[in-house]
Design a binder for this molecule. Sequence first.
Ligand SMILES: Nc1ncnc2c1ncn2[C@@H]1O[C@H](COP(=O)(O)OP(=O)(O)O)[C@@H](O)[C@H]1O
Ligand SMILES: [Mg+2]
Length: 437
Amino acid sequence: MSWLAAPAPQALVLVPAPRDPATRRSAFYGNLGRPLDPAIKSESVDPVRNPYAPGAGQRPPELAGRDRELQQFEIVLERVARGRPERSMVLTGLRGVGKTVLLNTFKSMAMQRLWGTGKIEARPEQSIRRPVAAALHMAIRELAPRHRAPERIEEFLGVLKAFAMRDPSAAKGTSHWSPAIDVPARRGRADSGDLEIDLTELFVDAASVATDLGIGIALFIDEMQDVQPPDISALCAACHELSQSGGPLIVVGAGLPHLPSVLSASKSYSERLFRYARIDRLDREAADLALIAPAEREQVEFTPEALDALYEAADGYPYFVQAYGKVAWDLAPRTPITADDIRVAAPEAEEELAVGFFGSRYERATPAERDYMHAMASVGDEPVPTADVAELLGRKPSSLSPARDSLIKKGLIYSAERGLIAFTVPHFGRYLRAQPV
Ligand SMILES: Nc1ncnc2c1ncn2[C@@H]1O[C@H](COP(=O)(O)OP(=O)(O)O)[C@@H](O)[C@H]1O
Ligand SMILES: [Mg+2]
């Protein structure tokens, strides 16, 4: 009798593709073209053309509100290329404000000027020796074809190889790693094993190759707060040396808000080496532009009330602007996108942020660290006194140092100033308060 309970064979009947725009995302192989057709009519907001790009380092469809930083970097490039004394730039800010995107834009600007460029992302447990070697290798490969004297390039590559191979972890014999550089390693330069000496010599040599071409070299370091203290110190010293000799090589960094204090704890003169640019939320005008400009290119508009609602929800944080914009676009039945569409979209956008932006970070914390963060969140949203967190938890401040330090190492919180602690992720307190403890 079991055949009676089997599903009716209706499942095999091809039903016409739904015309309702609310279900237009259902794609039925044979009918794939049809459900999309109505969506592409000028009145509708086609999900296929959704321009918004929430995601770490995702290039936004419109880089809004960063004109000042772009201009400053133009000047840096021009001055360095002319051998003028110039401080390099370091971008700081909370997660999701657009540091990586801006750093990548700076890299493109340098490449447009035919500079050699390389980029690394620092990791807490890793020496920068190999990543820097790989990045400078890239930079030199970019400019090598234009260099008239191939022996100069070979000479530099020999030094670069020797530098890379002095990696202490490789010296132990645990690894037979050697960089993919076809020339023999040269002895006696950038291979002392002391990173400060080696980086300085390497940078000076790289800069001199660039000088031959009348250009510069830019090394970009993302998540710079994660560079280990001895390496930060070596890096600052090498930059200091270069700034004195006027060599056209710059190190451009990006990191969390406490990066300036990490740098000055390492070398007191770091403030004179770098120009700090604090990257912050977008103001209302820039946030609107980030939404409107890409939409306009697809003949889609927002009502003024929709923009009000979006600004209130995203609070000007670029990541949130992209996240809300993306969901609102997908769910809106037609242009213009209205405040009602935003209301409908908000729960889905928040859900996606809870998983992708907040949750992925929350999961890195141990139970004790989570307790610490929940206590922070209940004290308030501004930087909170560590003493208040301890009091709330009924603990001695010193007994909480391990949790706090490890949260700082994991990049979830930072010490805003002495005795104050804050989340590196905007709206993280609000997210935590909505979570069951
Ligand atoms: N100026 C901007 N205008 C619009 N969107 C931006 C801007 N800067 C960044 N974004 C968006 O914000 C998100 C986070 O950018 P990202 O560079 O990864 O931030 P961070 O490195 O500071 O954590 C990305 O989705 C990106 O597209
Ligand atoms: Mg980043």
